[in-house]
Design a protein around this ligand. Structure first.
Ligand code: NAD
Length: 371
């Protein structure tokens, strides 16, 4: 018999049974649910990633709604079980929902919510941190220092890339991609080239206005360009390289993960990029063909990457951990206290919105489909 899963119960006499597959930061989300007649059961099992069977056990015979995580596989099996248990709502504690089969939820009458917005700036800040870490070789230099290898200043020691005045490439200029672009433009006066299926009008207007402001102050204005193809973004450095500076590329990936963005960065596209480029990924791992990336890193020691996400999370493809030209962090892009508490609160509101009329209006901006 399967081992029972340990749970922490809040407001045991609540009318609606809501399950959270993980403990989440803050207490506001707990108060929201318990103040609104929910019996909240939080899984306290120490296992990091719950299996479908674990979650089936959590749903049990009666469950009104579930708050789940991006590491879980929410498909037909779980949505039909939730329907049988009387459930009507599921919220992912994430903006991305590539782990959720929305059609399966739809066919089982389960509303699905996600948590956009509150993680935009935090995620963009991590992408900017990865850009700086990779461009300036911070992790390599830190390891060198701790290993006691520093025996004096040298002209060639950990020479990296200058960001100021260069061109930043953004692939997927939605909420996070645009916030990242602004950070790099305002912080380092970088020019922008972006590729997205849609025009990023607000971002374009911002760069135009910021460029005019810089010009009025006697500084070099920044510029923007919407690329017709992704390849144009990858090639852009060559377009500007006949300047006095030896331009390098900074490219950050922020699209959704779907079939159009799976292995968006593949061997052919890596080959287009400059040998000294910096590539950052804080979207989803499978956007990059990670095996091809490892080969590219081996062949091009001055090509650097900053990765928050991995193709086979929590694992890295063989060889990646040995690459000095890769900065790797464990999917922490949204990990600021404010953001994680905000995500938990939105997730609770999403579930409540399906049961309480007074919360319905709040679901609209976040839900992917309706109850
Ligand atoms: N690493 C993390 O912890 C973390 C945190 C937050 C979000 N994310 C990821 O970032 C993604 C983006 O989040 P967001 O809030 O900016 O979403 P968003 O919907 O505002 O932006 C996504 C953008 O990708 C664009 N896009 C879609 N298909 C494309 C394609 N084929 N080529 C180029 N662009 C394409 C869309 O048009 C959109 O502008 C999420 O889906 C999620 O997977 C990761």
């Amino acid at each position: 018999m399967a081992k029972p899963i340990s749970m922490e119960v809040w407001n045991p006499s609540g009318k609606y049974r809501v399950v959270s597959t993980k403990s989440m930061p803050g207490t506001r989300w707990i108060r929201l649910l318990t103040d609104n007649d929910c019996r909240l059961e939080i899984c306290t099992d120490p296992k990091t990633i719950l299996s479908v069977d674990d979650i089936l056990a959590l749903i049990g015979d009666r469950c009104d709604g579930v708050i789940g995580q991006l590491t879980e596989d929410w498909g037909e099996v779980l949505f039909s079980a939730l329907k049988r248990a009387g459930g009507t709502a599921f919220s992912n504690m994430a903006v991305g929902y590539n782990n959720v089969d929305v059609e399966a939820a739809n066919s089982n009458g389960i509303a699905v919510g996600n948590t956009p917005g509150v993680l935009t700036e935090t995620t963009a800040e991590l992408a900017a941190s990865l850009t700086l870490s990779a461009a300036r070789r911070i992790v390599e230099a830190d390891q060198f220092m701790r290993a006691g290898l520093y025996d004096g200043w040298l002209p060639h020691l950990f020479v990296g890339n200058l960001l100021k005045g260069q061109t930043v490439g953004v692939i997927g200029a939605g909420r996070i991609g645009s916030a990242y672009a602004r950070m790099m433009i305002e912080g380092f006066k970088m020019n922008l080239i972006y590729y997205d299926l849609y025009q990023a009008t607000r971002l374009e207007k911002f760069v135009t206005a910021y460029g005019e402001f810089l010009k009025a102050n006697g500084e070099q204005p920044v510029t923007w360009k919407r690329a017709a193809t992704m390849e144009d973004v990858l090639r852009e450095a060559d377009v500007v390289s006949n300047s006095v500076y030896n331009y390098t590329q900074q490219i950050s990936l922020h699209p959704v993960l779907d079939k159009t963005t799976y292995h968006l960065i593949n061997p052919e596209r890596l080959a287009i990029m400059k040998k000294e480029a910096v590539l950052v990924n804080a979207s989803r791992g499978p956007v990059i063909d990670e095996v091809a990336l490892v080969e590219h890193l081996k062949a091009n020691p001055m090509f650097r990457v900053g990765l928050d996400v991995f193709e086979d999370e929590p694992y890295m493809k063989p060889g990646l951990a040995d690459m000095k030209n890769a900065v790797v962090v464990p999917h922490i892009a949204s990990a600021s206290k404010w953001t994680r508490e905000g995500m938990a609160t939105l997730a609770a509101l999403n579930v409540l919105a399906c049961h309480l009329q007074s919360f319905r209006g709040q679901l609209i901006s976040r839900t992917l489909l309706c109850c």
